[in-house]
Design a protein around this ligand. Structure first.
Ligand SMILES: [Ca+2]
Ligand SMILES: [Ca+2]
Length: 495
């Protein structure tokens, strides 16, 4: 694509446009876990599948911190939470709380500084006040089609249908409204799809894609879809696509009892809300069904934007990402906020010029890598601050690379760290001297904690970086090959 040179004098953005830089379609889906149709057998996601067929699907992508705010800050600022200290949802004001971020350019801001026109609708940063939406962006709105976070709107006019129908005895206690679920219509026969905020955001995205050819600058278009974030409301027809009940998620009784500290105490408690209802009549399955229905809903909205990309004469690099995973009862947990794969693993797909079609990789990657990846594919220079990730091009163009990514979480004021590779999850809490090791090749649900078995000491020492090296991406290819050969020998001895 060569854009017309319309305004020769405006060198910055004319230079960017003339260079053939692609437009960027940057779609995030809140709380979307890892390629959900591969995990929930009753769900189809034809448009996630379609985008994957158009590009590269990262099947083992992890959030640096399994919560909205710190995950998005890490991704959008390109800085690991180890280096920023931003690990909590409450750290909204990250530029004040983390001095190294105070004057750093966010990913969209760097695109603007490099000649792009940047526009956005829906959630991107966790706080609507972050990233100075009125000054940094050429256009940005959180609230298109509804309230800022779409937490309660549009909502059935007659109340909270989900919980009211499934919790007649009040066993959920003081569950806040945002944990409710149900369908928007709540008995009304008229489909509500086009009146939902997420539909409005997707439709706005379609308009931006269609209008991109009229712009003199390349476009960076951010669309944030809020479902399947709580409350799990979507149009009824997406519930109707699913059996009732749906297939239960994998759950192992007493799964947490092999994760002990040296005193023999369990390192984790069950989520209290889940513990209180796990033996209830059908609430866990009904709530899981609502999450899955919401995924089907946003998949359709994704399809609207992919149709527009297909019809566009412009070049588009399209990126779909979620901000972390989501538990629906696995390991006695709801929501995110864990370092197990169900908490950290999300959907990441890239397609566009120079990106091969229909490729999937199971190498462990971090959302932290998206900032350097996008400036790489757009041909931009580096921002003024050091980025902690690496371009994903190494997984797209080069030989397969085996990475280790480091993730963080704080639970009960204790710092947990996780090291994830294609095959392994290693979670450590230094203060409690608690550790977990899972061999995901044979144990994809992370049920069997191998950390106490000395035959895996090599694996643990491979996964945990040397203290003076930093995080992730730490070993050369030769070292990785040698250690993986040892791991395979170790496993062969078990079989
Ligand atoms: Ca989220
Ligand atoms: Ca277990």
């Amino acid at each position: 694509m060569i854009r017309a040179l319309m305004f020769i004098g405006f060198s910055l953005f004319v230079a960017a446009a003339a260079s053939g830089q692609p437009n960027i379609l940057f779609i995030n889906i809140d709380d979307l876990n890892n390629f959900p149709a591969e995990y929930y057998p009753d769900l189809d996601t034809p448009n996630i599948d379609r985008l994957a067929s158009m590009g590269v699907a990262f099947k083992n992508a992890h959030s640096p911190v399994p919560a909205c705010n710190p995950s998005r800050v890490a991704l959008l600022m390109g800085k690991h939470p180890d280096n920023t200290g931003i690990v909590l949802n409450s750290q909204y004001d990250f530029r004040t709380e983390s001095p190294i971020l105070t004057n750093a350019a966010s990913l969209p801001q760097h695109f603007k500084n490099s000649g792009y026109r940047i526009v956005g609708a829906g959630k991107l940063f966790h706080s609507p006040n972050d990233d100075a939406p009125n000054t940094v962006w050429d256009f940005y709105t959180m609230s298109i089609g509804g309230s800022s976070y779409d937490t309660f709107t549009p909502h059935p006019e007659n109340g909270l249908s989900g919980l009211m129908n499934t919790d007649p005895d009040g066993i959920m206690g003081s569950i806040p409204n945002y944990r409710d679920f149900g369908h928007y219509e709540n008995g009304d026969p008229v489909d509500r799809t086009t009146s939902t905020p997420d539909y409005a955001r997707a439709a706005w995205g379609v308009t931006q894609i269609q209008d991109a050819g009229t712009q003199t600058q390349p476009m960076f278009v951010s669309v944030g879809l809020y479902r399947p974030h709580l409350p799990h409301y979507c149009p009824k027809r997406f519930f109707d696509l699913l059996p009732d009940p749906i297939t239960d998620v994998p759950h192992l009784t007493n799964d947490l009892e092999d994760i002990l500290d040296p005193m023999g105490w369990s390192s984790y408690d069950a989520d209290l809300k889940f513990a209180s209802i796990r033996d209830g009549v059908d609430y866990p399955n009904q709530h899981a069904r609502a999450y899955v229905a919401c995924v089907a809903f946003v998949d359709e909205l994704l399809g609207m934007m992919l149709d527009a990309v297909d019809a566009s004469p412009e070049d588009w690099v399209t990126i779909l990402w979620g901000d972390h995973g989501f538990h629906l009862g696995e390991k006695d947990r709801w929501l995110k906020f864990t370092l197990w794969d169900r908490g950290t693993r999300t959907t990441l797909i890239m397609s566009g010029p120079g990106i091969p079609e229909g490729v999937e990789t199971y190498a462990a990657v971090s959302l932290l890598d998206l900032y350097p990846t996008l400036i790489d594919y757009a041909g931009l220079g580096p921002p003024g601050h050091t980025l902690d990730g690496l371009s994903l091009r190494r997984h797209i163009d080069g030989s397969p690379v085996s990475d280790v990514v480091k993730l963080l979480w704080d639970e009960k004021d204790e710092r947990y760290e996780a090291y994830k590779s294609e095959e392994w999850t290693y979670i450590v809490n230094t203060a409690l001297n608690s550790e977990e090791l899972y061999d995901k090749t044979f144990d994809p649900n992370e049920w069997d904690n191998l950390a106490d078995d000395p035959q895996y000491d090599d694996v643990k020492s491979w996964l945990v970086p040397e203290p003076d090296v930093g995080t992730g991406l730490l070993l050369g290819a030769l070292a990785i090959c040698l250690v993986q050969a040892r791991m395979h020998r170790a496993r062969s001895s078990m079989e």
